[in-house]
Design a protein around this ligand. Structure first.
Ligand SMILES: Cc1ncc(COP(=O)(O)O)c(C=O)c1O
Length: 389
């Protein structure tokens, strides 16, 4: 059976070049980057080179790149590292739980958070951020692209608001990185987090841009690594893999890959939307708002999304549903609910997120499998059968 993985926003496979770049750093070049002997020097050189690549990726200075374990750590660092009792924090209700739960943890310590809701299209209105600012607001955190809908947020406008009001600004760029260019100087943010495994790099490694002079406290202590901003022996192979992935991602932003992906996504959406009772989450009265090119979130009336995810998996197509398992219970997506979808529609939504290596043949296959599965499940649904009161 053919297998099509169309869940790139969950994670991506390594590109072969990334694997090849990393391999020596687990084997012959296994040194600790803090050791002064030759083994250590090889590792240090690799970390320094990787840092250079990241300065290009972010458009920043090398002292402003901090390697860490990924998006969760970056998001947690912004919240725990900058906020103190009495501070006010502004974020949005569609952030990743690495921001949302960090905010919740700060509440008992006297940090109040305002969760700004998106418009029905999934876009955050910068005016809503401005309205939420108080004299004691210390930090704003808004994502670059949403992991479920792909909607790209107006971070430059929000950054300007933060600058004008003297508030620190963190961007969770985990889902935007590698899909749209990032330029921290142009954006004007203080902190920005990325994760390698969302852009064909390894899991458990990421990086954070920390603008010079930003007083963010280290989450981890116990060593002087990363200029005392992140203690722990460097994951040299991971850092090399992240840098290779970032380098390849920068090329892909210029070689037509993104336009090709947008074309594949357009075909996928257009064909699926021919099915009655379907629509895209991430549009404003039928007009799409800016979205990363690989992501499409589609609702299907009269369906349980989870049943469709399973039906597609049995046919070899891997996608994600609009619900997430929290403590054993399946809850509709907090992102779709915040956009104003009702529970049934949020549960009946699927996220299709294409790998950069996706092909026309992959889309052909998905387009043979999805309509058939939707029609079959709808025929079985209690709504269709008229047995739902
Ligand atoms: C928007 C966003 N932020 C943060 C994360 C967490 O990143 P990591 O898996 O590297 O911890 C994810 C992962 O799904 C994400 O999509």
């Amino acid at each position: 059976m053919r297998r099509v993985y169309i869940d790139a926003n969950a994670t991506t496979p390594l590109l072969p070049e990334v694997m090849e770049a990393m391999r020596p750093y687990w084997m012959e070049n296994f040194g600790n980057a803090s050791s002064i002997h030759l083994h250590g020097q090889h590792a240090r050189t690799a970390v320094d080179r990787a840092r250079e690549t990241l300065t290009e990726f972010f458009n920043c200075h090398d002292a402003e790149v901090v390697f860490n374990s990924g998006g969760t750590e970056g998001d947690n660092t912004a919240v725990f590292g900058l906020l103190h009792p009495g501070d006010h924090f502004i974020t949005t209700s569609i952030e990743h739980s690495a921001v949302l739960q960090a905010a919740q943890r700060m509440a008992p310590q006297g940090v109040e958070t305002t969760f700004v809701a998106p418009q029905p299209s999934g876009l955050i209105d910068p005016h809503d951020i401005l309205r939420a600012i108080r004299p004691e607001t210390r930090l704003i955190s808004v994502m670059l692209a949403n992991n479920e809908t792909g909607v790209v947020q107006p971070v430059e406008q929000i950054s300007k608001i933060a600058a004008d009001t003297g508030v620190f600004f963190h961007i969770d760029a985990v889902q935007g990185a590698g899909k749209i260019p990032i330029d921290v100087r142009k954006i004007g943010c203080h902190l920005l987090s990325i994760s390698a495994h969302k852009m064909n790099g390894p899991k458990g490694i990421g990086a954070m841009f920390v603008r010079r002079g930003t007083p963010v406290e280290s989450l981890l202590v116990g060593g002087s690594h990363e200029r005392r901003r992140r203690a722990g022996t460097e994951n040299v192979a991971g850092i090399v893999g992240l840098a290779k992935a970032a380098e390849l991602a920068m090329h892909s932003l210029e070689d037509g890959t993104i336009d090709r992906l947008a074309g594949l996504r357009h075909r996928l959406e257009t064909e699926i939307l021919r099915l009655p009772g379907t629509g895209v989450n991430g549009s404003d009265n039928g007009n799409y708002v800016p979205r990363v090119a690989n992501t499409s979130n589609i609702w299907f009336n009269q369906l349980e999304g989870e049943a469709l995810v399973i039906a597609l998996d049995l046919k070899g197509v891997a996608v994600s549903g609009g619900s997430a398992c929290h403590s054993g219970a399946t809850e509709p997506s907090h992102v779709l609910m915040a956009m104003g979808l009702d529970k049934a529609r949020a549960r009946a939504s699927l996220r299709f997120s294409l790998l950069k290596t996706a092909t026309e043949a992959d889309i052909d296959y998905v387009l043979t499998v999805v309509p058939e599965a939707v029609q079959r499940l709808r025929a079985l649904s209690p709504v269709e059968a008229g047995t739902l009161g």
